[in-house]
Design a protein around this ligand. Structure first.
Ligand SMILES: [Zn+2]
Length: 458
């Protein structure tokens, strides 16, 4: 299996180290990276994060619990759906001008059409993962065999563009349209491929302006303060928005992190489990102070005999009589000590609770009284006109000649309409049905379209 080969990424390396060590080693000094960049004012790539897909198979808080172990104000840039030379080349140029490294999720058919585009991504030092062969938007409903075909073909096509050099392709996969399905994720995980969702999109696949793409990207990054940004290198609006996004990130003190997969000679960056959560619970949250549930180890797994009825602790005389009448075998001594009835009777009683335990606070008492009063009013006063309408409907139904009521209309016979009951007493709820129908407002198609338009998010 092709995917299997991809995941030959060496040993797992879960190393637990102290916070001081993390602080000194996780963040590469920016000045050292910036020294390699011809643009002294560039945003730059602050550090490289090495991840092991087998340890963290699903990332991105838009859909999963875990995301990349980023520090505050760290952002990972990702671009989907390429390569498409017209726009992908411009994205590459913008990233190069800022000395920024990103992750690209290529589509197999695009790689077949533009193999040179895939090679350019690698030559520029970016990470390349895959995004299926044909970008189907129904992977959540697709049979596993078809999903596997899409995933594997996408890898084959992208690898072909890289002349089969597997070391250049990362075992990273993003499901098209983020239409996740557990069977797809499980398959990817079984192949050692990491499923990438994202932490914030910029909606650049929608028909919105580049200004809006810029605003959404910055707003959403600022809301979470760190994470994976989802963009598309095949959209002109993304090309137009990208320079401003990068400039604003630099201005506001954000840093770009480049992500690469672990390999045999490149171990994963040491991390603590809580770093893989966007907002790990802090020590001020009570649950973190609770002792964790112990793991019980059973020294013996002997199966206990199934209980028989005679060993039950009957306390009900009737049940016991019944059991005796059904000629159960004689009572056998039980394995467990049984309490005597006398002991139960002598058990200490609990203290009587004080009356103030049941006292209802004054404010709540008023609310309850008001609610009760309102309910009584509703019961006492039925809706005006309802009784009259109900009686009209009843008399109209009773006035129908028996022949009409006894035979169904052709529509009712075909299940399109329920036949009316002969008498209201046969179906009491039917008497009020005309009242309910009369109250339903029928929406015109224009009103429905208008209501739907209002619901659509930007
Ligand atoms: Zn896509």
């Amino acid at each position: 299996m092709i995917a299997n080969v991809l995941v030959n990424i060496g040993k797992r390396s879960r190393t637990v180290i102290g916070a001081a060590l993390l602080g000194c080693c996780l963040v590469t000094p920016r000045s050292a990276v910036a020294a390699d960049c011809p643009n002294p004012n560039a945003l730059g790539t602050s550090r490289t994060l090495v991840v092991d897909p087998q340890e963290h198979p699903r990332i991105g808080t838009m859909q999963y619990r875990e995301t990349l172990p980023l520090a505050d104000h760290e952002v990972v840039l990702t671009f989907d759906d390429g390569p498409l030379p017209k726009y992908s080349n411009q994205v590459l140029a913008i990233l190069a001008s800022q000395c920024v490294k990103a992750t690209f999720f290529t589509i197999g058919s695009q790689a077949n059409a533009n193999p040179e585009g895939v090679r350019k991504l690698i030559a520029a030092g970016h990470t390349v993962g895959t995004h299926s062969q044909h970008h189907p938007l129904n992977m959540d409903r697709m049979p596993l065999e078809r999903a596997r075909q899409e995933i594997d073909d996408g890898i084959v096509s992208t690898l072909a563009a890289l002349n089969g050099d597997r070391s250049k392709l990362a075992p990273f996969f993003r499901i098209p349209g983020l239409m996740r399905a557990e069977i797809v994720e499980n398959y990817l995980a079984s192949q050692g491929i990491q499923t990438w969702s994202a932490d914030f999109p910029a909606d650049d696949w929608r028909h919105i302006s580049s200004q809006r793409v810029y605003e959404l990207a910055i707003q959403r990054i600022e809301a979470k303060r760190k994470g994976i940004l989802l963009l598309h290198d095949i959209q002109p609006r993304t090309v137009a928005a990208l320079p401003r996004i990068l400039a604003t990130l630099k201005e506001r003190g954000y840093r770009i992190v480049h992500v690469v997969p672990a390999t045999a000679d490149r171990p994963a960056t040491p991390t603590e489990p809580q770093q893989w959560y966007l907002h790990p619970p802090s020590e001020t949250v009570a649950i973190t102070l609770w002792p964790s549930i112990p793991n019980f180890v059973f020294t013996e797994t002997r199966t206990l005999p199934a209980p028989v009825l005679a060993e039950m602790d009957w306390r009900d005389a009737d049940l016991l009589d019944h059991a005796q009448r059904t000629r159960l075998p004689a009572l056998r001594p039980t394995v467990w000590p049984q309490p005597r009835l006398a002991q139960l009777a002598a058990a200490p009683t609990l203290a009587q609770p004080g009356a103030d335990v049941f006292r209802i606070p004054e404010a709540l008492s008023l609310t309850l009284l008001a609610a009760r009063s309102l309910r009584s009013q509703r019961i006492a006063q039925p809706a005006p006109g309802a009784a009259a309408l109900r009686s009209q409907a009843l008399s109209a139904r009773q006035a129908k000649p028996p022949r009409q009521a006894a035979h169904q209309t052709p529509a009712a016979a075909h299940g399109k309409r329920r036949p009316l009951p002969l008498h209201a007493a046969e179906a009491p709820e039917a008497a009020s049905a005309p009242v309910r129908v009369a109250n339903v407002k029928k929406r015109t198609p224009r009103a429905v379209a208008s209501a739907n338009a209002k619901r659509v998010a930007d």
